[in-house]
Design a protein around this ligand. Structure first.
Ligand code: PHE
Ligand code: CO
Length: 293
């Protein structure tokens, strides 16, 4: 969400740009369709019902990269959110201000065919397929707005890292417990075929019940599968725990630092799965395919 250089000349004061939908090539639309199909091979039975309902409500599988204005008209009618195009990552205060006003900033470029599985910067597939469906859920939509407002407030504290951990472990990599078992709602997982399977089925990562302070003091991986996933019971739990808590004393206790490593498990944790960490120990994404032999 953060990190940026100068505002590009073609961006407006709020860093938004035109999506330039008519400039997408047929091959770029075909990459969206391919990514969509790959995810739909793995997401039924793995993604949260609210995510799958959102995909359907916005008809994101109708073919091709969605046009932001038309999609936003549909989304706005449901929860008051719109999607705006931005040139990649934007400054924190700009990002928070968009969220606080129920605008989701999305990248407009799409990944190339040789980087279907892993890319550094969020593209339109991650941002739209991954994030926008959950914005059709009223409680989650309110949580995202509150997060933006909380982000603006956090700028007065040395707290950005701890607040970012909350976003990371919920909005990007969150799991939810349902009557049918664990399901994915985090955008970083649902937009990745390999992590959709890893997050739910691999014995490597820890899966731990959501606890606000525990999570905000936990460091995270930005370059590989997570070593710990946090599990909420409901979006109401997430909303209540964050909106009804004053973060100022938490920020004071944490001082912008992480007391726990990504793989740590501590005494008070509600451990759903204690991970073996075999994947990370073997070197993760960059592990030699032949096991180093
Ligand atoms: N309650 C938080 C605060 O006092 C704001 C917040 C709400 C942050 C929801 C994140 C999510 O700063
Ligand atoms: Co994201």
């Amino acid at each position: 969400m953060s990190n940026h250089s100068e505002k590009p000349a073609h961006a407006r004061d709020d860093w938004t740009i035109d999506q330039g939908w008519s400039d997408y090539t047929a091959d770029e639309h075909a990459v969206w369709d391919l990514l969509y199909k790959r995810q739909m091979d793995v997401l039924p039975g793995r993604a949260a019902p609210e995510f799958l309902e959102g995909l359907k409500a916005l008809d994101l599988g109708k073919g091709g990269i969605p046009e932001f204005e038309a999609m936003s008209d549909e989304l706005e009618a449901l929860t008051g959110w719109r999607v705006v195009a931005v040139p990649g990552l934007v400054p924190d205060e700009v990002f928070f201000d968009h969220l606080a006003n129920r605008r989701f900033p999305a990248g407009q470029f799409i990944r190339k065919r040789n980087e279907l599985d892993y890319l550094q910067e969020p593209d339109v597939f991650h941002d739209v397929f991954g994030h926008v469906p959950m914005l059709t859920n009223p409680v989650f939509a309110d949580y995202m707005e509150a997060y933006g407002k909380g982000g603006l407030r956090s700028l007065d504290f040395a707290a950005l890292k701890n607040l970012a951990a909350l976003y990371w472990y919920t909005v990007e990599f969150g799991l939810i417990q349902t009557d049918e078992g664990l399901r994915i709602y985090g955008a970083g997982i649902v937009s990745s075929k390999t992590e959709s399977i890893f997050a739910l089925e691999d014995p490597s990562p820890n899966r731990i019940g959501f606890d606000l302070e525990r999570l905000m003091k936990t460091d995270y991986r930005i370059d590989d599968f997570q070593q710990t996933y946090f599990v909420i019971d409901s979006y109401e739990q997430l909303f209540d725990a964050t909106v009804k808590t004053d973060f100022a004393p938490i920020y004071d206790r944490m001082q912008g630092k992480f007391a726990l490593k990504p793989e740590d498990v501590v005494a008070d944790d509600d451990v759903i799965t204690r991970g073996s960490q075999a994947y990370a120990k073997a070197g993760g994404r960059l592990a030699p395919v032949d096991g180093g032999k």
